[in-house]
Write a new protein. Structure first.
Lengths: 128, 157
C-alpha cells in the first residue's frame, strides 16, 4: 500500500531516533546525519537494517549510501570531485539534493549530502 | 589471564539463537576492584559476556571465517546488580545477518530473573574498511570460544 511522504517521514524519524539515540525534535528534514545527528559509519549500516525492517523493503548495499567513491582517482582530484565524479555521484544518488554541494564539491563536504530528507526521498521510491 | 566472560553454552541453534551462562565468584580478581567494600560483577563485563555469546553465534553462522568484532552497543539497560554467587544467563538472538555486519538482541538474566537487555551490532571487518589491512589470520576466533560451543554443534549434527 503506497505511503504519503509525511507517513514515510514519521517512520524514518522513528528509525533514526532508535538507531542514533537522538531526540524526536532533532530529526528535521534538513538535518545532516553525521553533522547534526552524530552518525558514524557503523550507524549507516544500522540505519539500513532498521529501514529494511520498518518498511519491509530490500535495500541493496551502496544504493542508499554509496561507498567507494573516494577511492577512485578518476572521480576525485585535489580534494574535490571532478566533473565526471560529480555526474557519477548524481547518477548513483538521485535521492540527494546536490544544489548546495555542487557549488563547491569538496570531498570533505560530501557528508552534507546525507540528510534526513535524502533517506525519505529514497524510501519513497521503494514504497510506491 | 584469559578474557572469557562466559563459562558454558547451554543452548545453541546455529544461525538463530544461543544461551550461555556465567558463574560469578568471589575468587575472581575483578570483583574486588569493583568494589572492595561491595564486590559486584560490573555492567561492562555483562555487556562483554553478551558480546561473546552473540559474537560466537554470529561467527559460527559463517563457520568462523569472518573476523567478527563488536562495533556498536545499540542498547544496554540493566535493572539490577550481579554479585558473587550469582549465575548470569545470556540469551542472544540474531536479528539481521549480512555479509558485512550482523545485529543481535539479547536478554541478561540473574539467577533466572531478567535484569537486562543488550542489543549489539557486529562488523565483519575484512568486508568493511576499504584499504585498511588486517592480519590474514583470524585473530578473533583463536579457538578458546569455539571450544565452548563445539559440544553443542556436535549434538545438533
Amino acid at each position: 500500500m503506497p505511503m504519503t511522504e509525511s507517513e514515510v517521514f514519521e517512520k524514518v524519524k522513528e528509525t533514526l531516533v532508535e538507531a542514533l539515540g537522538v531526540d524526536d525534535d532533532e530529526v528535521t528534514p534538513e538535518a545532516t546525519l553525521t553533522g547534526d545527528l552524530g552518525a558514524e559509519s557503523i550507524d549507516f549500516l544500522d540505519i539500513v537494517f532498521r529501514l529494511e525492517k520498518a518498511f519491509d523493503v530490500k535495500i541493496p548495499r551502496g544504493e542508499l549510501f554509496p561507498d567507494n567513491i573516494l577511492n577512485n582517482p578518476e572521480l576525485v582530484k585535489d580534494g574535490k570531485l571532478t566533473e565526471s565524479g560529480l555526474s557519477q555521484l548524481k547518477q548513483r544518488m538521485p535521492h540527494a539534493d546536490f544544489s548546495q554541494f555542487e557549488q563547491d564539491p569538496d570531498v570533505n563536504k560530501m557528508a552534507e549530502l546525507f540528510r534526513v530528507q535524502t533517506i525519505v526521498n529514497y524510501v519513497m521510491t521503494k514504497v510506491k | 589471564m584469559r578474557w572469557i566472560w562466559i563459562d558454558r553454552f547451554i543452548e545453541f541453534e546455529p544461525g538463530k539463537k544461543a544461551t550461555a551462562i556465567k558463574n560469578v565468584s568471589l575468587a575472581e580478581e575483578h570483583v574486588h576492584d569493583h568494589w572492595e567494600a561491595y564486590p559486584t560483577h560490573p555492567a561492562s563485563l555483562l555487556i562483554e559476556g553478551m558480546a561473546q555469546t552473540a559474537g560466537v553465534l554470529v561467527g559460527q553462522a559463517r563457520d568462523f571465517k569472518e573476523k567478527v568484532v563488536l562495533a556498536k552497543i545499540a542498547k544496554a539497560e540493566f535493572d539490577d546488580i550481579v554479585t558473587p554467587g550469582d549465575q548470569v544467563t545470556f540469551k542472544a538472538e540474531i536479528e539481521t545477518i549480512a555479509p558485512e555486519a550482523a545485529a543481535t538482541k539479547g536478554k541478561v538474566l540473574c539467577n533466572g530473573r531478567e535484569i537486562g537487555r543488550v542489543d549489539l551490532m557486529f562488523s565483519h571487518i575484512d568486508k568493511n574498511l576499504a584499504g585498511v589491512e588486517f592480519p590474514k589470520e583470524n585473530f578473533v576466533f583463536t579457538g578458546q570460544l569455539e571450544r565452548l560451543v563445539a559440544p553443542l554443534l556436535e549434538k545438533s549434527k
